[in-house]
Design a protein around this ligand. Structure first.
Ligand SMILES: [Zn+2]
Ligand SMILES: [Zn+2]
Length: 346
């Protein structure tokens, strides 16, 4: 982004500014694999228009396409939509609208970054045909796969996402990054090479690459859920289908999740007793660890992941700055949170 365009307000200021802007917002995500010649020009064009409409969000632009998670003031929706549809790179792009807007604003600023790839997948795109993606599955078809004992349903997201919600009976690999998952899946799923496989992720973008990758690795019948869990939830509602997604859909914005199924399938990481599927970032900005907390633990620890983090946060700023350098070392040494067990049977 041009330096002149960088948003220099502090996080607190951004939160205050957005809190003062009480206009109702529509949260959405969109992505498209499309060749973009001049990423700098595209970024400038997006920024100029979207800042003007009052959009907020996190947007990645690469020569392979665009991946955006954002919110638009609802009163500007028509203007936003007609602008998007008038751009050659974006014409006809489907939107995935939030299932549940939640009570807090999904984003606090507008950030548009140029990246090498729109999803960090760690794959060498030159080594296989990325356009040879699997066929799509509708929500109704997905339900049939979930019910079919001969079909394999695979969660292409990370463990902290599937921990709070996943399809009944899905394989939920215990990985922290998509890159890791792609590296491991062909081998882990090798016994299912000739079976029907259904992949799913949050909004569908990860499965585009993952389905092509599995096909390249010799998997015969790979399909993926179109529009991901977000669109599944909409289709279930609109068509009155049975909801086979249990729990919450983790989302990468300030809301950290939207409820799809009513069941709470995870447990508080701090007490390991209370059922909870609410994610928090530790209040200590140096730590910022993502954890699941129950109401009572979060209140007891004032929103920190540990008493240590709370103590550190109360230190004078100069001390904190010095500590920040060593903090990673401490955190890495600390025993990790006991997470809710996932079904990782292959
Ligand atoms: Zn607890
Ligand atoms: Zn912490």
């Amino acid at each position: 982004m041009n330096n002149s365009r960088r948003d220099l307000r502090s996080r607190t200021q951004k939160r205050a500014d957005i809190a003062a802007d009480t206009r109702p917002r529509t949260t959405l995500s969109l992505y498209r694999y499309v060749h973009i010649d001049d990423t700098q020009e595209f970024q400038d064009r997006l920024y100029t228009a979207w800042a003007d409409f009052g959009c907020l969000g996190r947007i990645y632009v690469a020569s392979e396409g665009i991946n955006a998670q954002m919110s638009v003031p609802t009163e500007c929706w028509e203007t936003f939509n007609s602008w998007v549809q008038s751009q050659p790179e974006l014409q006809g792009v489907p939107y995935k609208l939030a299932v549940d807007e939640g009570s807090i604003s999904s984003f606090f600023k507008l950030s548009i970054k140029i990246k090498d790839k729109i999803v960090a997948d760690g794959l060498d795109d030159g080594s296989f045909d990325v356009t040879n993606t699997g066929d799509y599955l509708t929500a109704a078809e997905m339900n049939a796969y979930v019910d079919d004992p001969e079909a394999i349903v695979v969660d292409m997201r990370n463990n902290y996402e599937s921990e709070v919600g996943h399809f009944t009976g899905a394989i939920t690999p215990n990985v922290v990054t998509f890159r890791d998952e792609l590296k491991k899946t062909p081998e882990l799923l090798t016994v299912h090479k000739n079976k029907k496989i259904a992949l799913y992720c949050t909004g569908g973008i990860r499965c585009e690459k993952a389905s092509a990758w599995l096909k390249h690795n010799g998997f015969k019948h790979v399909r993926h859920l179109q529009g991901g869990i977000i669109d599944y939830a909409h289709q279930v509602q609109a068509q009155g289908l049975e909801n086979k997604f249990r729990g919450k859909n983790f989302v990468f914005d300030e809301r950290l999740g939207e409820r799809v199924g009513n069941e709470v399938i995870a447990t508080c990481h701090l007490c390991r007793k209370e059922p909870s599927d609410t994610h928090y970032h530790c209040q200590n900005q140096i730590c910022y660890t993502l954890f699941i907390g129950c109401d009572s633990c979060v209140e007891k620890k004032n929103g920190y992941c540990s008493f240590m983090c709370r103590q550190i946060d109360y230190l004078p700023l100069a001390h904190k700055k010095k500590l920040a350098k060593y903090f990673n070392e401490y955190v890495r040494k600390r025993k990790p949170f006991q997470k809710t067990r996932l079904s990782t049977k292959y």
